[in-house]
Design a protein around this ligand. Structure first.
Ligand code: COS
Length: 374
């Protein structure tokens, strides 16, 4: 039921703008409005904070169905989870009460600020500093590649509180867009997900109350990594949604397109391509759903030991499959697939980012190798 209702909403209210959003590189406001109206913009927020209380698998299904028509729009529910999960996992009751309500209502979006110009894969190498000053912390630094920056009201920002301690000297904070000293860089000119703004976030003597710290001092890196264990599953969801969109489009096209006197779907070479695409996609989907189940079982304080492996494996595998399937979809459309008159080239450009963000697929393999299932 959830899948059907998100699919109808996505097809009616989000799909009609997907090409325009990509062409113009503009924020998909129609998608945000439709998702907020249907309470699908941040489904993971627990009911006690005014949210829909969706479990990890339901959240995956929402992201998947939105991504099937517009990857940029799927970053609304996905990044709302990424940005706010540190608060949900490790924040004080006061922080949860203050920040999750507006997110659940659709009054504010939440972004996640870990990466920096010189700290991508080596996240613990960050330079942004947070220095204690009485009841405040003063933050200085530059965060880069921040999804939905400028649109989001709230930011989980990781910053160094003790430079001697590397990962153990990093702490997490909630920073608000309206805090004095917060500003944004120009939107990056990207290959895909053009509707989702990616900007630098500048922190220039941003003075915030000490109780905006998420968890204890020095726990920010562990919180950031735990968050990614869960949200890599949502990137896998985005990848399978994009791949499903491309497969569905190609499936329709090959039945219409006639060559040598018959629909090209009747040629075995084309049938074998479609079979391979569907097979890989379904394998990716099942791995993603298994990872979502582990994510759910880890949310109540209990820890499913395998989540770290499964989150990385699902993200890595699903994104590689999305890249293959979208490339094959272009191939099935031939010359038409290579033009912007058909949506599959957009889907291929959008798929590419899923192999890169929330940790490159090379980093996922490091994570998997360090956390092989027992
Ligand atoms: N859950 C809880 N704690 C974790 C953790 C996890 N999944 N992963 C690491 N930690 C903890 C470790 O336990 C370690 O603490 P101890 O020394 O007490 O054991 C600490 O964090 C440091 O971990 P580690 O030594 O593994 O850190 P590294 O600097 O080697 O970095 C990688 C590990 C490369 C895996 C990490 O930096 C990473 O994921 N990089 C990619 C970041 C990323 O995804 N960026 C994308 C942008 S965010 S959208």
């Amino acid at each position: 039921m959830l899948r059907d209702s998100v699919r109808s909403l996505a097809e009616a209210k989000i799909a009609p703008f997907a090409t325009e959003v990509d062409e113009e590189g503009r924020f998909p406001q129609e998608a945000l409005d439709a998702l907020v109206a249907a309470d699908l913009h941040a489904v993971h927020v627990p009911e006690e904070y005014g949210g829909a209380g969706a479990d990890a698998l339901a959240t995956v299904i929402v992201i998947e169905e939105v991504a099937r028509v517009c990857a940029s729009s799927s970053l609304i529910p996905a990044v709302n989870k990424l940005g706010s999960l540190p608060v949900i996992l490790s924040g004080s009751e006061a922080l949860k009460a203050k920040y999750l309500g507006p997110l659940a209502k659709g009054d504010a979006m939440f972004s996640y600020a870990l990466s920096e110009p010189e700290a991508g894969s080596d996240a613990a190498g960050m330079k942004t500093r947070a220095v204690r000053d009485g009841d405040f912390y003063v933050l200085n630094g530059v965060k880069r590649w921040i999804t939905n920056a400028g649109v989001s009201e709230y930011y989980t920002v990781m910053a160094v509180t003790d430079p001697e301690k590397r990962s153990k000297g990093i702490s997490a904070f909630v920073v608000e867009k309206s805090d004095e000293g917060v500003s944004f860089g120009a939107p990056e000119k990207k290959l895909g997900i053009k509707g989702s703004p990616t900007r630098e976030v500048y922190l220039d003597n941003v003075r915030i109350p000490a109780d905006r710290m998420i968890g204890a001092e020095g726990t920010g890196f562990a919180t950031a990594m735990q968050t990614l264990d869960h949200t890599r599953v949502t990137i896998a969801a985005q990848a399978i949604g994009i791949a499903q969109g491309a497969l569905d489009y190609a499936k329709g096209y090959v039945q219409e397109r006639k060559q040598f006197g018959k629909a090209i779907a009747e040629f075995q070479g084309v049938q074998f391509m479609l079979a391979d695409m569907a097979m890989k996609l379904e394998a990716a989907r099942q791995l993603t759903y298994a990872a979502a189940a582990k994510s759910e079982r880890t949310s109540g304080g209990a820890k499913d030991e395998d989540l770290t492996f499964f989150g990385a494996a699902a993200k890595c595998y699903a994104s590689d499959v999305a890249m293959e399937v979208t490339l094959d979809a272009i191939q099935l459309l031939g010359g038409y697939g290579y033009t912007r008159d058909y949506p599959v080239e957009r889907m291929m450009r959008d798929a590419k980012i899923t192999q890169i963000y929330e940790g490159t697929n090379q980093v996922q393999r490091i994570v998997m190798a360090r956390n092989l299932p027992k």
